[in-house]
Ligand binder design. Sequence first.
Ligand code: ADP
Length: 510
Amino acid sequence: MSKKTQEKESGSETNGSPKPTSPNADLKLDFSSFWDYSAAPESSDFIDLKKEYHHYIGGKFVKPKKGRMMKTVNPATEEVIAEFAEGTSEDVNNAVKAARKAYDKTWGKLNGRERGKYIFRLARMIQERSRELAIVESMDGGKPIRESRDVDVPLAAAHFFYYAGWADKLDYAFPGRKAKPLGVCGQIIPWNFPLLMLAWKIAPALATGNTVVLKPAETTPLTALIFAEICNDAGLPDGVVNIVTGAGLTGASIVDHPDVNKIAFTGSTEVGKIIQKALAGTDKKFTLELGGKGPNIVFEDAPLDQTVEGIINAIFFNQGHVCCAGSRLLVQEGIADRLISKLKDRMDTLMVGDPLDKNTDVGAINSKAQFQKINEYLEIGVKEGASMYQSNGSLPQKGYFCRPTIFTDVGQSNRIVQEEIFGPVLTIQTFRTPAEAVDKANNTPYGLAGGVWTDKGSKIFKISQKMQSGVVWANTYNKFDPTSPFGGYKESGVGREGGLQGLYPYVNLD
Ligand code: ADP
């Protein structure tokens, strides 16, 4: 305990004479000084990263003949971790050819039971390398080790386990119909959940008999490349999974390739629209999982302390880099002051810092570009006249760190209410009636996810049915499960991933 805290607790005064106080005079606690934990860093000594990574094509790591190398940076230290290749259209073409060959010669000919065995093996090998994967995910992307260890990696393995189970049961998934694979799937994923998004994409594609060309995001390519090693170690036939690294141009080459049968994309609405335009007039199938501005509605009969935890989890999980984040809090007027006061106290206990420290609640912002974008939005919010409150704990000197932030006094038309910030920034509005809550909840271009907090089950059903959201969580938030479908309405995208519904985009039904 710090000296400052001890003094505070004993009520001692600097001039030696005790101050006459009422019993409640110190009720406003300064949480920031209470929580001086010693660092508990996860050891990364055994992590053996290469200096340079190459594409994984046709079962081999292939050094590209042309194209430049890109760098991936640890956002908590601003140091380069490794270099990786920027895929050219030639690399993408080679990957698509390898995937087509595997589809025609090996994978497409295997029965579901055999495919399932391979996918189960991938799931188990992710578990075996889970510690390494979690550490690399945190180093490459900035997320707290607590999350990569307890959420990202276990859920990625769970997706492979779940879809492995479907591989030989497709006749039951689509009774009376025959499911046929599409062929080669191009998959483009973002940087917020690199390994988990890979699992969401690759597991259902393989289970249904397709082969894959996947591009990870340019700021977080490393766990996808470790997954490529896992594919090799699992003895997956060459070319079934191909990983081409690079940025937007590489992604566009996958989208435009004439021999790709399906595009699965998760990322920004802006890029989703570009991809949808590029696909117009082709017969490629597609799923787009795009941005969000999730409303989190709190009624006055909600259990307040539990709700505060839910709000914290909804917006500060993964630094708010979550497309379904509860980034708009809608609170019923009568409890707003109490709730906001409790929320501020809780925010002050959040530890922002080293992603590899097991105590850390909020890690580093994924990249410099995203850090700048979030800071621009903080300025916009202040200029729009909103009141900003930021948690008061300490921040590391180096790296891209942002304090958990809330904005009150905001209006529905404010940019910080309408636009996706993708950072630890929450806007708070009030409402009086359920109808007003629903109107405000639905009044953005997005419709990916939201939450409802209330004591009444009937209210949950009534409100959630009126919310234009692919997912509505009740008295909880950010809960994911491979058996549950996920996807958006409006500008949040098209198609569903996860669950039985997640099989549809990967098959043609006779
Ligand atoms: P974010 O805003 O979260 O960075 P993006 O939508 O820019 O999300 O990126 C998500 C993924 O889409 C990344 O893998 C990125 O390289 C890729 N990407 C970016 N631009 C394009 C494009 N024009 N075509 C295909 N993929 C793209």
